[in-house]
Design a protein around this ligand. Structure first.
Ligand code: PMP
Length: 444
C-alpha cells in the first residue's frame, strides 16, 4: 500500500469530514518554492498557492530563518496582554502598507475569518448601526460572522442556520451579465441599479454599518468588478456614512499584479482584512483601518490569545521583505502575462474553454459545454488529469479552473505546468479522459 493511502485511511477515522474540502488523495510531506512532495516522494507543481497561503513559495529560506530566530527568542506571550517588539514592528509596517493617506491602526487575528468578523464589529461600533451588506459569490470565512456575510457554498451553511441577522446580500457585478456591446460604464450603471434596489424598497441606507466586498472575488471564480461600479459603490458609501471595507485575504499581497486588489480601482478603503499569505502560511490575520473606526471599540472587544503571535509576526515581516526584495508584485504581473497568453491561445484551439480571466498570477478559466454552459464533469476530468501529470490545480464553483501558483514560481516551472495543462486539454478534446474513481466531491 502506498504511504499516501495508509496515512489517509488512518486519518479518515480521526478527522471530521466537515473540516476538509476534498480533492486529491495525497498527503503532503514537504514543499520548497513552487514544488510540493507527497508521502510517496512524488513532486507536484503547486498551482494553488493562494489557497494554501504561500505567495512566497513553500518554506522560503528567509521566512524559515525569521521563524527560527523568533522561536528561539520568544514563541508566545499573548500580545493582547503585553507588547513584544516583533508584533509592534509589524503593526507599524502594516499601517504604512495599506492604501490611503490617513491614520490607520491594526487589529490582529488568527485567520481570515476572524479578521472579517472583526470588521463587522468595528463597523457596528463606529457607526452605531446594525445592517451589513455583502455580495453573492463572496467567501469571507467559516466562523459564524464571516460565514453569514459569505454566499458561495450551500454545503457550508447547511444544517447550521440561522446565520447572523442583519446581513443583506446583493448580486456581484459579474461580467457574465454584461450584454453584447454594452460599455463598461453602461454595464456598471445597470448593475448598480440592482445594488440600489434594497435601499429603495426596504433597507434604510442610514441604518447600514458596512459594505464589504472582494474587489476581485477569489473563491467565487476570480471575477473582477468593473471600474465604474466600484466608483459608484464607493461614492454611495461616502454619501450614506457607511464604512467601506475590502477583503484582501485571498487576492492581496501581490497576487493580482498589484499589492492589493483594491489598488486596481484607485480606492482607499476604510478598512481591509488580510490573512493567508501574510505570514507565508502561519496563522496570522489583521484588520487595517482608519484610526477613528478602529478606536471606536474599547478594550478588550476583539482579543484572541495567539492573535499577532510573535513567531507569526516574524514570519510576516520576513514575508514582506521577500515580497519587496524579490519584487513579487511585479513578478506576478509579468508572469501573469505569460499565463494570459497561454490560456487565451488555448481558448482559440479548444471550444470547451470559455471565459479566461487573469489578473497577475491569478486566473479563473471557465470550462463549458457545446452550448457554452458550465461543464463540471469536463472540469473534474481535467483537474484529475493535470494532477496525474504532476500539477495541483483545483476548480472553483464547479467549472472554473483556479490558477494561483506561488509568486516565486520560475519561468521553467510555469512552462512545465502549461505543458501538463495543454496535454490534459488535448486529451479531453480527443475524448480520452474519464472521470476519476473517487468519492471525493470537487471543491466547495
Ligand atoms: N476571505 C477570503 C477572500 C478568503 O478567500 C478566505 C479563505 N479562502 C477567507 C476570507 C477565510 O480565511 P481563513 O480560511 O484563514 O479563515
Amino acid at each position: 500500500m502506498s504511504k499516501n493511502k495508509a496515512i489517509l485511511d488512518e486519518e479518515k477515522q480521526h478527522l471530521a469530514d466537515a473540516s476538509r474540502v476534498k480533492y486529491f488523495d495525497i498527503v503532503i510531506d514537504h514543499g520548497q518554492g513552487a514544488i510540493i512532495t507527497d508521502a510517496d516522494g512524488r513532486d507536484y507543481i503547486d498551482l494553488l498557492a493562494s489557497a494554501s497561503a504561500t505567495n512566497t513559495g513553500h518554506s522560503h529560506p528567509k521566512v524559515v530563518a525569521a521563524i527560527t530566530a523568533q522561536a528561539k527568542k520568544l514563541i508566545q506571550y499573548t500580545p493582547a496582554y503585553f507588547a513584544n517588539t516583533t508584533t509592534a514592528a509589524l503593526a507599524k509596517r502594516l499601517t504604512a502598507l495599506a492604501p490611503g493617506n490617513f491614520d490607520k491602526q491594526v487589529a490582529f487575528g488568527n485567520s481570515g475569518s476572524d479578521a472579517n468578523d472583526a470588521m463587522i464589529k468595528f463597523a457596528r461600533g463606529f457607526t452605531g448601526r446594525q445592517y451589513i451588506v455583502s455580495f453573492i459569490g463572496a467567501y469571507h470565512g467559516s466562523t459564524y460572522g464571516a460565514l453569514s456575510i459569505s454566499a458561495v457554498s450551500l454545503n457550508m451553511s447547511r444544517q447550521i442556520g440561522p446565520l447572523l441577522p442583519g446581513i443583506v446580500k446583493v448580486p456581484f457585478p459579474d461580467q457574465k451579465q454584461r450584454l453584447p456591446n454594452e460599455s463598461d460604464d453602461d454595464f456598471s450603471e445597470r448593475l448598480f441599479k440592482q445594488f440600489k434596489l434594497p435601499f429603495e424598497t426596504y433597507l434604510p441606507a442610514d441604518e447600514v454599518a458596512l459594505v464589504i466586498i472582494e474587489p476581485i472575488q477569489g473563491d467565487g471564480g476570480i471575477i473582477k468588478a468593473p471600474q465604474k461600479y466600484m466608483s459608484l459603490l464607493y461614492k454611495f458609501t461616502r454619501e450614506n456614512g457607511i464604512v467601506f471595507a475590502v477583503d484582501e485575504v485571498n487576492q492581496g499581497l501581490g497576487r493580482t499584479g498589484k499589492m492589493w486588489s483594491i489598488d486596481h480601482f484607485g480606492i482607499a478603503p476604510d478598512m481591509m482584512s488580510i490573512g493567508k499569505s501574510i505570514a507565508s502560511g502561519l496563522p496570522l490575520s489583521a484588520v487595517i483601518g482608519r484610526t477613528e473606526i478602529m478606536a471606536s471599540l474599547a478594550a478588550p472587544a476583539n482579543v484572541y490569545t495567539t492573535a499577532g503571535n510573535p513567531v507569526t509576526a516574524a514570519a510576516a515581516l520576513a514575508t514582506l521583505d521577500v515580497i519587496e526584495e524579490e519584487q513579487l508584485v511585479m513578478r506576478s504581473k509579468k508572469l501573469g502575462l505569460l499565463a494570459q497568453a497561454f490560456f487565451s491561445q488555448a481558448a482559440k484551439r479548444y471550444t470547451f474553454i470559455g471565459d479566461v480571466r487573469l489578473y497577475g498570477l491569478n486566473g479563473g478559466i471557465d470550462i463549458v459545454d457545446e452550448k457554452g454552459l458550465p461543464d463540471n464533469v469536463a472540469t473534474t476530468k481535467l483537474i484529475y488529469r493535470i494532477f496525474e501529470l504532476g500539477a495541483i490545480m483545483i476548480s472553483l464553483r464547479g467549472n472554473t479552473l483556479r490558477f494561483q501558483p506561488p509568486l516565486v514560481i520560475t519561468e521553467q516551472q510555469l512552462t512545465q505546468a502549461f505543458g501538463m495543462i495543454e496535454q490534459a486539454f488535448n486529451e479531453l478534446a480527443s475524448g480520452k479522459l474519464a472521470l476519476p474513481e473517487t468519492d471525493n466531491h470537487i471543491g466547495w
